[in-house]
Design a protein around this ligand. Structure first.
Ligand SMILES: N[C@@H](CCSC[C@H](N)C(=O)O)C(=O)O
Length: 446
């Protein structure tokens, strides 16, 4: 899973490191000039996640929480490195520099949630600007784009981003942003970032290609290396890993764009708090080992469900229609999968019968979660739109954690049996009813 030391990803990462000041003590606007660390060898990603180079005044091996709203100045004109935590805080700066390093970026910004990150990014849009995005995407993203369309004069085109030609056909001189997710949430479709980025930059040079990398995290994919201009993710998920904070992260190369986004962070006060910056930093250090276990568990569970006749969507399965495309961009399949039972009521019963799997939105945490996206994470997309976009109402999303995989499979098997989603036979059990044969009517909008 680690980046090969001489591969293109590692070269890009070295470039990013050489541009960073790694002392962790500069107030944001523009990244500081290079440090004595320039040109040092890039370690494997698992090492870089843990290795930090902060110059804490006492040599603390874990950057302390600077729990202070304001900072004393040495002169009446101010001008010290930090003045007010909304504008900058040493704990957040340390985190942002570490994130820039592991996301192969020149600059990273840490804010209060994944949606907060998308808000900062979309504030670059102006009335009349056009956004091209997917027809399967996270409910919160869809909601923010719908708001911008209704209130800010931004025109949003939802197309099937799994087909780069559809994106190409939607590009116009007014395209300001192409917003991608891969794998998509919750249908786990794969989007070709490199082809779409190249097509976008050729046809609409001022357009930004923005990628939501939450499903994979920098452990498995680096969208900036594939040609994206901005990569962002919910730090609430894999980066922190314990569902004890909300956070959002933005990574990019363009200094002027970074300054514009920092302006918004400072002006609106959405920067991540010192305490949450500390927790996110702590979580990032164990990302490699968590992800390794989570995706090994997810693979076993996906194979278990598929082996019993369910339609499973997971890029670790050879049956995934875009298996090769996924593996050309990513170093792993992640730990989110979805499957269908063919009946909404049956899916509800499965979810409610699970004990070890918590009924919760979110993913990327050490404990496993089960949910019905159409009722939960994607309920803000109205039923008609969900139907138009062919979202199966019975779809169940599994977000796999680090528990013992046999316990997870036992609990899921029991829930499937209890819900009547499988038929018991002498040689085991099999899914009842092929998904899609009896399409479920959408429930009323939420
Ligand atoms: N009630 C929330 C639901 C958040 S879903 C969180 C997450 N990104 C996921 O996909 O599970 C809302 O309406 O935003």
């Amino acid at each position: 899973m680690a980046t090969p030391p001489d591969g293109p990803q590692a070269q890009a990462a070295n470039k990013a490191i050489s541009k960073l000041d790694l002392d962790g003590h500069n107030l944001p606007p523009s990244p500081a000039p290079s440090s004595p660390q320039v040109g040092r060898r890039r370690y494997a990603l698992a090492t870089e996640l843990v290795y930090t180079e902060s110059k804490d005044q006492y040599g603390a091996s874990s950057m302390p929480i600077y729990q202070s709203a304001t900072f004393k100045q040495t002169s009446s004109s101010g001008g010290n490195e930090y003045d007010y935590t909304r504008s900058g805080n040493p704990t957040r700066t340390h985190l942002e520099r570490h994130l820039a390093k592991i996301m192969n970026a020149t600059r990273a910004l840490a804010v209060g949630s994944g949606m907060g990150a998308l808000d900062v990014i979309t504030r670059l849009l102006r009335p009349g600007d056009e956004v091209i995005t997917g027809d399967d995407l996270y409910g919160g993203t869809n909601r923010l784009l719908t708001y911008l369309q209704a209130n800010q004069g931004v025109v949003v085109h939802h197309v099937d981003t799994t087909d780069p030609e559809r994106v190409r056909a939607a590009l116009t001189p007014r395209t300001a942003m192409v917003l991608l997710e891969t794998p998509t949430n919750p249908l786990i479709k794969i989007v070709d970032i490199a082809t779409i980025a190249a097509a976008t930059h050729a046809a609409a040079p001022r357009a930004l290609v923005v990628v939501d990398n939450t499903m994979l995290s920098p452990m498995l994919c680096n969208p900036l290396d594939l040609g994206a201009d901005v990569s962002y993710e919910s730090g609430t998920k894999y980066l922190s890993g314990h569902h004890d904070i909300m956070a959002g992260v933005i990574a990019l190369h363009d200094a002027a764009l970074g300054d514009k986004m920092y302006f918004t962070v400072n002006a609106t006060g959405c920067g991540l708090s010192p305490g949450d910056s500390f927790l996110l930093m702590r979580g990032v250090k164990t990302l490699a080992i968590r992800m390794e276990k989570q995706q090994a568990n997810a693979q076993r569970i996906a194979e278990f469900l598929e082996g019993h006749g369910f339609r499973v969507r997971y890029p670790g399965l050879r049956s995934h229609p875009q298996y090769d495309l996924h593996w050309s961009m990513a170093r792993g399949a992640g730990a989110v999968l979805s499957f269908e039972t063919g009946d909404v009521g049956k899916s509800e019963r499965v979810v409610e019968a699970a004990r070890l799997w918590g009924i919760s939105v979110s993913f990327g945490c050490v404990n496993s979660l089960i949910s019905m996206p159409c009722r939960m994470s994607h309920a803000s997309i109205d039923a008609k739109t969900r139907q138009e976009r062919q979202m199966p109402e019975d779809i169940i999303r599994l977000c796999v954690g680090i528990e013992d995989v046999n316990d997870l499979i036992d609990d899921l098997s029991r829930a499937l049996v209890q819900a009547g989603a499988v038929t018991l036979t002498l040689d085991g059990f099999h899914a009842n009813g092929a998904p899609g044969e009896t399409p479920s009517p959408p429930p009323p909008s939420v």
